[in-house]
Ligand binder design. Structure first.
Ligand code: HEM
Length: 342
């Protein structure tokens, strides 16, 4: 029987599906919290004592929490297919195997953290960690999708100046700070995930005034917005590539929309539906920021290295121009064949 093989194209589709599922679960997880269903299934991995699923007689919170656990199952399946796909992809690539293994480790960590969230009765630091780890997993999946699109004989190199590339990294850091401060607002706010006034089990809240921490969150957003504008200005001046400019434009539009939504929900008593959109918006903003950083790289074909060349090929007339140029460059710089490699 022939060995199972996956084409690079099919594998890229698998990584796209994994990234979409990992973004989706951030929003469905928030829906659990916002409907007060965080303790709908008081046990893990069983939903109720001795039963894995929520039954017809269980309340709506158990059903919602159980539905989210099914989405978790789908995400786990997506991640398993991504890692198996990286092993069956022809040709195999070490970068794709490591990135997909990162997803597996992250999903296992999320399952353990999810159990702790329930055990600790939705204690804010655990809920915050659960959200933030989801963002890390999404970042891993996006890098995996990006790298799966690179030709196998290419490497990635910066397509912008080193200062612009640093600005791109600072943008991702700044978006991460916005996510962290956002989760602190949530940890202090009313949407703990318990069933509210009817709750048998009450979740604790962070002992911080919401207006204080919302002001800090809003300030981190302003810094992030300022950095995005500076990046757009610099990339425009440097006549950066069209894809990068388009992604920066999209990022700015998303930040403005998300900021407007943030203030609207804040001044209207954080209604659950708006907070749900805010979480979806946060996922979109974070993904768009990563997409900006990834657009700052471009693939370049690897040149065949003198040291990699099969000795019998040294007389191959097709390879001679490359080898001749490489040797001349190496001689001019006084480099050994290894030092000449890209
Ligand atoms: C780029 C813009 C923004 C991003 C990426 C962002 C991100 C986030 C995130 C990740 C959360 C936590 C969600 C959770 O833990 O489930 C959050 C919560 C929150 N954000 Fe923002 N935010 C942005 C702008 C704003 C602005 C301008 C305000 C206005 C003050 C705001 C107000 C809030 C409030 C009140 C919460 C708590 C909602 C709750 O009770 O759960 N956000 N934000």
């Amino acid at each position: 029987m022939g060995r199972l093989r996956i084409s690079p194209r099919a594998y890229r589709q698998v990584t796209l599906a994994a990234a979409i599922l990992l973004a989706l679960i951030i929003v469905t997880g928030a829906a659990v919290r916002l409907t007060g269903s965080g303790l709908g299934c008081p046990e893990w991995p069983n939903c109720t004592s001795g039963r894995l699923t929520a039954g017809a007689s269980d309340d709506v919170h158990a059903k919602i929490e159980f539905a989210n656990r099914m989405v978790t199952g789908l995400v786990s399946l997506g991640v398993i297919v991504a890692v198996l796909g990286s092993l069956f992809r022809m040709p195999r690539r070490r970068d794709l195997i490591w990135l997909s293994l990162g997803l597996v480790v992250g999903v296992i960590a999320q399952a353990l953290l999810g159990a702790l969230v329930v055990e600790e009765l939705l204690s804010p630091p655990f809920v915050m960690g659960h959200f933030l780890l989801s963002a890390v997993l999404l970042a891993d999946a996006m890098v995996l999708y990006h790298r799966a699109g690179l030709p196998d004989d290419a490497r990635s190199r910066p397509a912008v100046s080193s200062s612009t590339l640093w600005l791109g990294r600072v943008l991702v850091l700044s978006a991460s700070v916005v996510l962290v401060t956002g989760t602190v607002v949530t940890g202090a706010g009313p949407h703990s995930g318990d069933a509210g006034s009817n709750a048998k089990l009450k979740a604790t809240r962070l002992d911080i005034a919401v207006p204080e921490v919302a002001r800090i969150h809003g300030t981190t957003v302003m810094v992030f917005l300022g950095l995005s504008l500076v990046t757009l200005w610099i990339v425009t001046r440097q006549h950066g590539n069209r894809r990068l400019l388009q992604r920066l434009g999209l990022l700015l539009a998303l930040i403005v929309a998300q900021g407007a939504l943030g203030y609207t929900q804040y001044f209207n008593g954080v209604p659950a539906l708006l907070v749900g959109f805010h979480v979806a918006g946060a996922t979109a903003v974070f993904s768009a920021t990563l997409a900006v950083l990834l657009a700052m790289y471009e693939p370049v074909r690897r040149r065949p290295r003198l040291s990699d060349t099969d000795p019998s090929q040294l007389s191959n007339p097709d390879l001679l121009p490359t080898l001749h140029k490489e040797t001349q460059a190496g001689v001019a710089s006084g480099a050994t064949p290894q030092q000449m490699s890209p």
